[in-house]
Design a protein around this ligand. Structure first.
Ligand code: GLY
Length: 486
C-alpha cells in the first residue's frame, strides 16, 4: 500500500470549461439572431450550519460553479462576459472573526492568482462592476442558471443579489447550454476522473482483501474511506457508501441513515459494495460484489457471471453512435439468458423482453453520466423524454453515445420481493418464473458490477481496475497481489 500520486489541478481546466461555454453561448445567440453579448452570472454554494449549533457542515462547492471556476470556498459569485470572455470572481468580504476562528483572510490578489481569473472584487462591489459591463446605453443582460435536474426533480437556484431586479435577466438559455458542456469531458477533466477511479479501484481491492466473516458492514465502509483519504488525498466521497451484505444487497441504495451499513457479515453472504471517492470535485462510482468468505458457491457464481457477462457485452459494444437504451436492453437480455440457462426462468427470452421481465431483476438503469456529480446532468437534454416502461423509465439517460462522454456501466441482478412477488402474481410474467428454483434465492440479495467508462473515438476505455472474474476475486481475497502476477 503506498501513496497515490494526486495530479496537479490546473486552473487551465476551468479556463477551458469557460471557453467551451462562451463558444457555445455565442453559437447559440448567433443562430437565434440575438446580440452576441451579455454576462453569465453564477452564484457559488453557501456554507451550511446546523440549526442548533454553529458547526459548519464541511462545504462542497455547487457543481456548475465548480465546473466554471474551480473555487473551493463558499459565498462566491462568478461572471463571464460573453463578448470579451473575461472571467470575474466576487469574493465575500470576510469579518475579523474569520481570521480568529478560520485563519488568514486571503487577499483578492491571492485569490485572483489562485483561480486565474481576469478580475476579482468583493461581492458588495458586484452590482456596479456588472453594470459597468454594459455596452453603450444598453442595460446588461444577465444569463442566470435555472433548469430542472431530471434525477432530483429539483431546479437549480439562479444567482440572486440585491439590485438584481434592475438588470435584464434570462433564465432559459444558460442551463441547457452549460449542462451540455459538462456532458463531454476534456482531457484535463479525464485526467482527474482517471485518478479518482484509480484510487477508488485500489480502495475496493483493499476492502475486498481485508473483508472477513463476522465483521460489520460499516467496517468495510471505514476501510474504503480510510484508504481513499489516507493514500489518495480524497476528502469527499461522491455519495454515501453502500456496503450491503446478505439480503441487504438487494436494496439498491442501502447505507442511508435508516439502514446505516450495520449488519454483521455471515458466512455464505454476498457483499455488494458501491463506493466512490471524489477528487477536486470529480467523482468515481464503482461497485464490486464478492462472497464475504472469499469463495463463491455455485449459485453465487451463476448470478455473478450473469452480471459479469452483461457488463462485458455492454463494454464490448460501446462506441460513438450506440444508443444507451439498446445497451440497457442488451444487459437485460444477457442476464435473462443466464437465468434461463440456470433453469430459474422458463420460455423464450424474446418474449420475456417484450413483457419487460428484465426490470424484475434489474429495476435500475444500466448507468449514468459521471463527472462533477455522481449522476452528472445532461441525460435528457435535446428534448428527450423519459421512457414509461419498467426498467427503462429508471434510465438516467437515453442518449446516443458520443466521444468524451463518461458513463457508468452497472448491470445488476437482484432478488427483490417487491418486484418478484408482483411478477409471480401477474399472468403476463408468472409463466416465465420457475417458482421452485427461484425460492432458493429468496435471501440471496443481489449482485452489481459497476465500472466508470469513457466513450472514445472508436470504442471505450474502462477506468476501473478491480478484480472482476470470480477466480481473480478469490485469488485477491486469498492474499494475492492485484493485478495478479500469474
Ligand atoms: N452508485 C450510487 C448511485 O449511483 O447512486
Amino acid at each position: 500500500m503506498g501513496l497515490h500520486n494526486p495530479p496537479e489541478v490546473p486552473m487551465e481546466l476551468h479556463r477551458q470549461n469557460r471557453t467551451n461555454l462562451v463558444n457555445a453561448m455565442r453559437r447559440h445567440l448567433q443562430s437565434e439572431g440575438l446580440p452576441v453579448n451579455g454576462v453569465v452570472l453564477l452564484q457559488g454554494g453557501e456554507e451550511q450550519t446546523r440549526y442548533c449549533t454553529d458547526h459548519a457542515i464541511l462545504f462542497r462547492q455547487e457543481s456548475y460553479f465548480a465546473y466554471l471556476f474551480g473555487v473551493r470556498e463558499p459565498g462566491f459569485f462568478g461572471a463571464i462576459d460573453i463578448s470579451t470572455e473575461k472571467a470575474f470572481l466576487f469574493s465575500p468580504r470576510l469579518s475579523e472573526e474569520y481570521a480568529i476562528w478560520l485563519g488568514t483572510i486571503p487577499s483578492l490578489s491571492y485569490l485572483k492568482e489562485k483561480y486565474e481569473v481576469d478580475e476579482i472584487y468583493y461581492t458588495d462591489q458586484m452590482e456596479s462592476i456588472l453594470r459597468s459591463l454594459a455596452i453603450g446605453n444598453e442595460n446588461v443582460l444577465l444569463y442566470l442558471l435555472h433548469g430542472l435536474n431530471t434525477d432530483s426533480n429539483k431546479f437549480s437556484q439562479p444567482a440572486t443579489f440585491e439590485g438584481l431586479k434592475t438588470f435584464n435577466t434570462n433564465l432559459e438559455i444558460l442551463h441547457p447550454i452549460l449542462t451540455e458542456c459538462r456532458v463531454i469531458k476534456s482531457d484535463l477533466e479525464l485526467n482527474l476522473l482517471r485518478y479518482v477511479s484509480e484510487v477508488s479501484s485500489a480502495a475496493h481491492v483493499e476492502v475486498m482483501r481485508r473483508t472477513r466473516v463476522e465483521m460489520k458492514e460499516y467496517q468495510l465502509e471505514s476501510m474504503f474511506l480510510n484508504y481513499t483519504y489516507m493514500y489518495g488525498g480524497c476528502r469527499h466521497c461522491s455519495y454515501t457508501c453502500i456496503c450491503a451484505t446478505g439480503e441487504n444487497s438487494s436494496v439498491l441504495h442501502y447505507g442511508h441513515a435508516a439502514a446505516p451499513n450495520d449488519r454483521t457479515l455471515k458466512d455464505g453472504d454476498m457483499a455488494l459494495l458501491d463506493m466512490g471517492a471524489e477528487y477536486h470535485f470529480y467523482g468515481s462510482d464503482i461497485t464490486c460484489s464478492f462472497p464475504v468468505n472469499g469463495k463463491f458457491t455455485n449459485d453465487q457464481k451463476m448470478v455473478y457471471n450473469a452480471v459479469l457477462s452483461a457488463h462485458k457485452a455492454v463494454i464490448s459494444a460501446m462506441k460513438p453512435g450506440v444508443s444507451w437504451v439498446d445497451m440497457h436492453k442488451l444487459a437485460e437480455k444477457v442476464i435473462l439468458e443466464s437465468l434461463k440457462d440456470a433453469n430459474i426462468l422458463l420460455g423464450a427470452v424474446e418474449q420475456m423482453m417484450e413483457k419487460r421481465l428484465g426490470a424484475v431483476f434489474m429495476p435500475h438503469g444500466l448507468g449514468h453520466f459521471l463527472g462533477l456529480d455522481t449522476h452528472d446532468p445532461g441525460g435528457y437534454l435535446e428534448g428527450l423524454e423519459r421512457p414509461k416502461e419498467p426498467g427503462l423509465r429508471s434510465l438516467r439517460t437515453v442518449r446516443v453515445l458520443r466521444e468524451g462522454m463518461v458513463i457508468t456501466v452497472e448491470p445488476g441482478c437482484y432478488f427483490i420481493g417487491a418486484t418478484l412477488i408482483p411478477a409471480m402474481e401477474n399472468s403476463d410474467t408468472s409463466c416465465f418464473i420457475n417458482k421452485q428454483a427461484i425460492s432458493t434465492f429468496q435471501d440471496f440479495g443481489g449482485v452489481r458490477i459497476e465500472s466508470d467508462v469513457i466513450v472514445t473515438g472508436d470504442g471505450c476505455e474502462n477506468l476501473t481496475n478491480c478484480p472482476r472474474e470470480t477466480w481473480e476475486i478469490e485469488a485477491v481475497m486469498n492474499g494475492e497481489p492485484w493485478p495478479l502476477k500469474r
